[in-house]
Design a protein around this ligand. Structure first.
Ligand code: PEP
Length: 250
């Protein structure tokens, strides 16, 4: 279960929320479900401090990264910097980054490769727009994003990645893909990964669904054979709702 806090929570709010999540996680969910929290950059270290103090095994992730090692890239952050903060994961290619910040498939590929060489696991986001869903071939669109994101990787690199299928029309809209639609796309993604890197890598790869996941729909989504977890925006901003989502994984 991956929480994407997006541009929410001040430092103080982040620490309070982390403490509330840690309390819930440490009351019976340790070692049972893998949970990752992706705060804004400034929250990564303080949230990690809360988890470390509590011996809470929730991992930290970032929401973005730049692929260059260092230099004159105002406003950007490097893999090494994220690593120093204790990040184990990083989201790449989120639809909001693609839409508002012009992130391309090529950027996603370069970011994913840079993360892997810095020993951070990329969570590669793919997903079609409403226009593509209604007027074109969503599966072909998403599989082309997969092809581009994994271009030039070998199996050792690919096995470090997770994928999040997030239909753009379902993100933050309250409109969830049906479990069948989400499950079918995740199945196609797994088949594609098997074609590219073999059955072993494909069957072990975590494929998540994201898009208006909440306590009312998580059970049906997670019951789909090819959905291994969820990437959660809104419902991760409140400890009880987020806890009910990771509890649903058991
Ligand atoms: C997301 O930000 O990746 C996301 C899925 O958001 P929400 O759960 O709010 O739709």
């Amino acid at each position: 279960m991956v929480a994407n806090w997006k541009m929410n929570n001040t430092l103080g709010q982040s620490v309070v929320l982390a403490q509330e999540i840690s309390n819930r996680f440490n009351s019976g969910y340790e070692d049972k479900v893998d949970v990752v929290i992706c705060p804004p950059y400034i929250g990564i270290k303080p949230v990690k401090t809360v988890f470390d103090f509590d011996k809470c095994k929730i991992s930290l992730g970032a929401q973005n990264v730049f692929y260059e090692k260092s230099g004159a890239y105002t406003g950007e952050i490097s893999v090494e910097m994220l690593s120093e903060l204790g990040c184990m994961y990083c989201i790449v290619g989120h639809s909001e980054r693609r839409e508002y910040f012009g992130e391309t498939n090529n950027d996603v590929n370069r970011k994913a490769k840079a993360l892997i060489s810095g020993k951070i696991k990329p969570i590669i986001c793919v997903g079609e727009s409403l226009y593509v869903r209604e007027n074109a071939d969503p599966q072909a669109f998403v599989l082309a994003q997969i092809d581009a994101a994994f271009a030039g990787m070998d199996a050792f690199e690919a096995k470090e990645c997770c994928i999040a299928y997030e239909p753009v029309w379902a993100i933050g809209t309250g409109r969830t893909a049906t479990p069948e639609v989400a499950g079918e796309m995740c199945r196609s993604i797994r088949v594609k990964i098997a074609e590219l890197f073999g059955d072993d890598i494909a069957s072990n790869m975590r494929i998540l669904y994201g898009g208006s996941v909440n306590v009312g729909n998580i059970d049906a989504l997670i019951a789909q054979e090819d959905i291994d977890g969820a990437l959660i925006g809104n419902a991760s901003l409140q400890a009880d709702s987020f806890a009910s989502l990771f509890k649903a994984c058991l």
